[in-house]
Ligand binder design. Structure first.
Ligand code: RNT
Ligand code: ZN
Length: 417
């Protein structure tokens, strides 16, 4: 390992000079990286089950039965700590209302039912993000919640949605970091609806009521997450992307873009500059769709890099909040988090190291030849040398040493569950 550290040091010294030749200051890029905060989705650790023991309405979208699933808050937090120790980001943790530890009815939960989460986050310096869980519950009307035809079902979920904002606000105050409250509902139809507008009218009414109370955006920010389709909602999703975008712009609410929630050829990187001028907040749910919204573990890919390129090149810093969203129960769950975190971090650092100014200059002088050639050439710069050096400096295991740590954790902790 010592030898390896020397190699990393030497590689970095060479890389630093190569980047300097392209007009890039690697130290500055690492400084900018250190400002980035990534929200880690807690639900990867327990297969989106929650702690209420009510599997009744579970959609069971998570496949696999790898041993070691976290069964309670303490286990989930322990696993999250482990995963985040392998990531160079600053972190937030994203939780759902059904991760309450107060044994309350879902619509009655308050911040007091998240005391352990909040104390843990405050102690470790993590921020928190929040979601009302509009699923896995006996008050679901099939997969309808806010748009059920039954008034008592709608009212139940409206109350739950209102309560979630209160909790999110408390989390923001306690952590001293803004808490993003995301609203996603699974409501939709397997087959062709007769009256599409009717359900959307119900959703408008429900959102109006949930979002009625004004909160200080210093503590809590609302975002709405649309979707293309789900299993059992192939023909119609009430909260489609168009619906939420139009609603958000009209009502001054934020938007959540999940990279798995569009047609596979659509690019969230392209959507950012189209949407950002018209909304104050965008939460990203970074996911990897394989053929469909499959929520595969995020890995290094062109799509991921393109997303971070856009985030780095545009002025989105005060607007865009980063988060992960995927789940895989067929591999070690801590590794699943770590793989996604490290892939996103590496994409972020790579984007910060790119000599964007050179291709921008070419573009401004209509020199599309240079733009294309340099765009392709800059793919070969020694990004990995800077990445390894940054990990070393932050005392985070490199490459396969991270896996060794996960394997040890699996043997010492996960295998005993
Ligand atoms: C579902 C949405 C949503 C969920 C979480 C559990 O398609 O992506 O973000 O993944 O709320
Ligand atoms: Zn999502």
């Amino acid at each position: 390992m010592r030898d390896y550290e020397d190699i990393v040091q030497k590689n970095y010294e060479l890389a630093r000079k190569i980047f300097a030749d392209w007009g890039i200051d690697t130290e500055k890029a690492m400084e900018r990286f250190s400002e980035l905060k990534m929200s880690v989705h807690c639900w990867q650790g327990d297969d989106v089950k929650g702690f209420e023991g009510d599997d009744a309405a579970s959609q069971n979208l998570v496949t696999g039965n790898y041993p070691g699933r976290a069964r309670c808050g303490d286990e989930l937090r322990q696993d999250l700590d482990m995963a985040m120790s392998l990531s160079p980001f600053k972190h937030k943790v994203n939780i759902h209302s059904f991760y309450q530890e107060g044994k309350k009815k879902r619509k009655e939960v308050t911040a007091a039912d998240f005391t352990k989460w909040i104390d843990w986050a405050v102690g470790k310096g993590y921020g928190l993000d929040f979601n009302c869980s509009f699923f896995t519950h006996k008050m679901m009307d099939g997969n309808l919640s806010l748009t059920s035809l039954k008034k008592e079902v709608r009212d139940y979920w409206i109350e739950a949605g209102q309560g979630a904002r209160e909790i999110a606000c408390e989390m923001g105050k306690a952590t001293g970091q803004v808490c993003i409250n995301d609203i996603w509902v699974p409501d939709g139809m397997k087959d062709i609806p007769a009256d599409r507008l009717h359900f959307r009218s119900l959703l408008i009414d429900a959102l109006d009521r949930i979002l009625e109370k004004k909160y200080d955006k210093k503590y809590m920010v609302d975002v709405l997450e649309g979707k293309l389709f789900s299993i059992g909602a192939e023909c119609y999703t009430v909260g489609s992307n168009d619906f939420y975008l139009a609603y958000a712009v009209k009502k001054g609410v934020g938007i959540c873009m999940d990279t798995g929630h569009y047609h596979l050829t659509e690019s969230v990187a392209d959507k950012l500059s189209a949407v950002a001028p018209f909304v104050d907040d965008i939460l990203l749910h970074i996911s990897r769709g394989v053929r469909w919204d499959s929520d595969h573990v995020v890995i290094q890919s062109d799509e991921l890099l393109t997303l971070f390129e856009e985030l780095t090149r545009g002025d989105y810093a005060n607007k865009v909040h980063l988060g992960l969203d995927y789940f895989d129960a067929s591999i070690n769950r801590v590794a699943a988090w770590a793989i996604g975190l490290r892939a996103a971090a590496k994409a972020a650092l790579t984007a910060l190291l790119q000599p964007f100014h050179i291709i921008k200059e070419a573009e401004m002088s209509y020199d599309y030849t240079s733009r294309l050639m340099l765009t392709d050439e800059m793919k070969n710069l020694p990004y990995n040398a800077v990445w390894e050096y940054m990990l070393l400096k932050k005392n985070i295991p490199l490459g396969r040493y991270a896996l060794e740590r996960i394997k040890r954790y699996e043997k010492d902790v996960l295998a005993n569950r």
